[in-house]
Design a protein around this ligand. Structure first.
Ligand code: SF4
Length: 297
């Protein structure tokens, strides 16, 4: 069985953060990074078997390496992997704002295989709620980070995660989240309504006091806002030519993703999965693009 075009490679396990709503640090323990050479070896082997795109994964992937003897960073790992012949694209998921260093942002800007896409969960636009979540940053710091990323990598696509209806979240605090999303305009927002996870600090010590109807309303508000923003961002790609890594075919349509992680459908393709093709975008929507292959790359 040949591996798929795109493969996830875990590089760090566990988490040291202890956000109050999250069970991961209790279940998976403290952060443990895999040695850099072992990851490079694994990626080399995957590329030899035909893999074109690697996504480095971990709960806090941008904290990679701080627990290793030489203390390599994610930027160092990306640099090593970027040199592997035959590899087309590199991605990484998920980041914590406190570990998003200038060096890492610079690596994204500098290394040609590292795709212009970052997932940087914000969770809330309210400093009070961020503190109750123990996220370790303020909304101001988060905005600064996004500004720095956009300054260094103008073509970046950004996605984020948001929790609505966290214990004690008042209407005006929720509105701060809405304002932040409207201002920063992410390509993708993963939104969830808070629900207590047994074993967490929030479940033990905080009262889940936002009524479920209200949580649903807040969730819908974010989803509606984001649908409009995503449609607007994607509409800018109309009649543009984008580079797509062909992943496969479903129901007679080929699909793949741009470097910015946009899902693209196209039908006039006679090649195999794993190729990079140029697609001219003919239709756009909030969740995907459609177009025609113009030239094989
Ligand atoms: Fe760690 Fe993420 Fe869970 Fe926070 S939400 S404790 S950063 S895994």
């Amino acid at each position: 069985q040949p591996p798929s075009v795109s493969v996830y490679v875990p590089i760090i396990q566990g988490c040291d953060q202890f956000c109050t709503y999250c069970i991961v640090p209790y279940r998976r323990g403290r952060e443990r990074s895999r040695p850099l050479a072992e990851i490079v070896c694994e990626v080399n082997a995957l590329v030899c078997r035909g893999v074109k795109e690697i996504t480095l994964v971990g709960q806090n992937v941008d904290a990679y390496g701080h627990d290793l003897p030489q203390k390599p960073g994610l930027a160092d790992l990306l640099q090593e992997l970027n040199a592997i012949d035959g590899l087309a694209r590199l991605r990484f998921l998920t980041n914590h704002p406190k570990d998003m260093s200038a060096g890492l942002i610079n690596a994204i800007a500098r290394l040609d295989k590292v795709c212009e896409h970052i997932n940087l969960p914000v969770q809330s636009g309210s400093n009070g709620i961020l503190q109750a979540m123990r996220r370790g940053y303020t909304a101001e710091r988060y905005r600064e980070l996004i500004a720095e990323i956009r300054r260094q990598v103008p073509a970046i696509a950004l996605s984020t995660d948001v929790i609505v209806g966290f214990p004690s979240e008042r209407e005006n605090q929720f509105q701060q989240t809405v304002n932040l999303l409207a201002e920063l305009k992410f390509d993708t927002v993963h939104v969830a309504a808070y629900s207590p996870r047994p074993g967490t600090v929030a479940a033990r010590e905080l009262v889940d006091d936002v009524p479920s109807e209200e949580k649903k309303l807040r969730l819908n508000t974010v989803e509606q806002l984001q649908t409009g923003i995503a449609a607007e961002i994607n509409a800018r790609l109309l009649h543009q030519t984008v580079e797509v890594l062909v992943e496969g075919m479903e129901k007679g349509k080929w699909h793949g993703r741009t470097r910015t992680d946009k899902l693209v459908f196209f039908s006039d393709y006679a090649g195999l999965p794993g190729q990079l093709v140029n697609v001219r975008v003919e239709r756009t929507g909030p969740w995907s693009l459609q177009g025609k292959v113009v030239t094989d790359k």
